[in-house]
Design a protein around this ligand. Structure first.
Ligand SMILES: Cc1ncc(COP(=O)(O)O)c(C=O)c1O
Length: 362
């Protein structure tokens, strides 16, 4: 094994089962509790008979549909096996041994793997209360920085920085440093927010990353896309897998894009129950619980470092009630649990379980 591969801590996915016990709510991976649009399911079912044929290697219809919805040039779009593949492609095309890949503390876990995989050195900029600190990121840039990854909204924190801050960060980067703006949760963002597509249109060193795994409910199909100027897209094409998005995924995503009423429904549901859940956590503030303000489809809850109401104890209580959330000790956040917004019943069950835990501990 190459020494830089040996340095990679394997990605630990969210739990999905509880052994023999029934799962009341799986809120560990920021999935869509409504599944995908029925139109997407029908479109995928319709192409199952073509499963012996390789998919369209260029994801042509899908790129055209994305372009039509977002007002983008299809030739400046590349589709990937989830945006995970695209993160790896950006690191692979622009960084290597001796280079640095920069991101914020508590950034998305795959950035570290993508950097190390190509032999680059991951550099972590300090955050400000779980939020990107643009000054700290800019201060961490060196002549060896080749890629800066920023998830906005960020996972696992749910925090965002406003459009003006994203632009200030970009303006402070050297032109030979790629700014990868990961907007996997763009559809859930509120406030002064910009999804990065315009920035990627205007600047040769910006790539915007998106996914069908979250609001579109197609996580099992593994479809992501990136938008950038032609030279950057061409670099990613050189190293991608030839048939990287399955036929079912391409067909499902095209149909899903056409059902924006479904997307609006999911968004409104998520924003409503996100606010509700944050309020429920705030009501447990006396026990030291805190909801980090979220612009995504989950809420990060911070617990006291010690005493009866730690995150580790809360996680055990949630699991005992059949609720699988994401305890973030594996991501160096032992005080935090991330709870995805589920259906109303699932979200209420998570809040009730936490409340009962706090009351028992008091
Ligand atoms: C910030 C962020 N980027 C990218 C991804 C990868 O998504 P996918 O590979 O399913 O498109 C995720 C998934 O959780 C994420 O949270």
């Amino acid at each position: 094994m190459k020494p830089w591969v040996e340095g990679i801590a394997p990605y630990v996915p969210g739990k999905s089962a509880l052994g023999s016990r029934p799962v009341v709510a799986k809120l560990s991976s920021n999935e869509n509790p409504f599944g995908a649009s029925p139109l997407a399911i029908a479109a995928m079912t319709a192409v199952l008979g073509k499963t012996h044929l390789y998919p369209d290697p260029a994801s042509t219809a899908l790129r055209e549909a994305i372009g039509a919805l977002h007002g983008l040039e299809p030739e400046r779009i590349i589709c990937g096996t989830g945006s995970d593949e695209l993160i790896h492609l950006v690191a692979g095309a622009y960084a290597g041994l001796g280079d640095e890949v920069l991101y914020v503390r508590h950034g998305f876990a795959v950035y570290d793997i993508a950097a190390r995989r190509v032999g680059a050195t991951p550099v972590i900029a300090p955050d400000l209360d779980y939020t990107c600190d643009v000054d700290a990121v800019l201060a961490a840039v060196t002549p060896r920085t080749r890629v800066v990854f920023l998830a906005n909204p960020n996972n696992p924190t749910g925090t965002i920085i406003p459009a003006s801050e994203v632009r200030r960060l970009h303006a402070g980067l050297p032109a030979d440093c790629v700014f990868a703006l990961d907007c996997a949760y763009a559809e859930f963002a509120t406030g002064e927010y910009e999804d990065g597509l315009q920035l990627a249109r205007d600047h040769a060193n910006v790539v915007a990353l998106r996914t069908f795994s979250k609001i579109y409910g197609l996580a099992a199909q593994r479809i992501g896309w990136a938008y950038a100027q032609p030279a950057l897209i061409e670099a990613l094409h050189r190293i991608r897998a030839p048939f990287n998005v399955p036929t079912t995924g391409q067909a499902g995503a095209v149909a899903a894009l056409a059902d924006q009423a479904f997307i609006t429904m999911v968004r409104e549901h998520t924003l409503h129950w996100r606010t509700w859940l944050a309020g429920e956590i705030a009501a447990l503030g006396n026990a030291g619980l805190r909801a980090i303000p979220s612009a995504a489809n989950f809420v990060l809850v911070e617990f006291p470092e010690s005493g009866p109401c730690t995150a580790a104890a809360a996680n055990e209580a949630l699991l005992a009630d059949g609720i699988i959330a994401r305890y973030l000790a594996v991501q160096a956040m032992p005080r935090c649990i991330r709870i995805s917004i589920g259906t109303e019943a699932e979200t209420r069950a998570a809040a009730a379980s936490l409340r009962a835990f706090v009351e028992r501990a008091a």
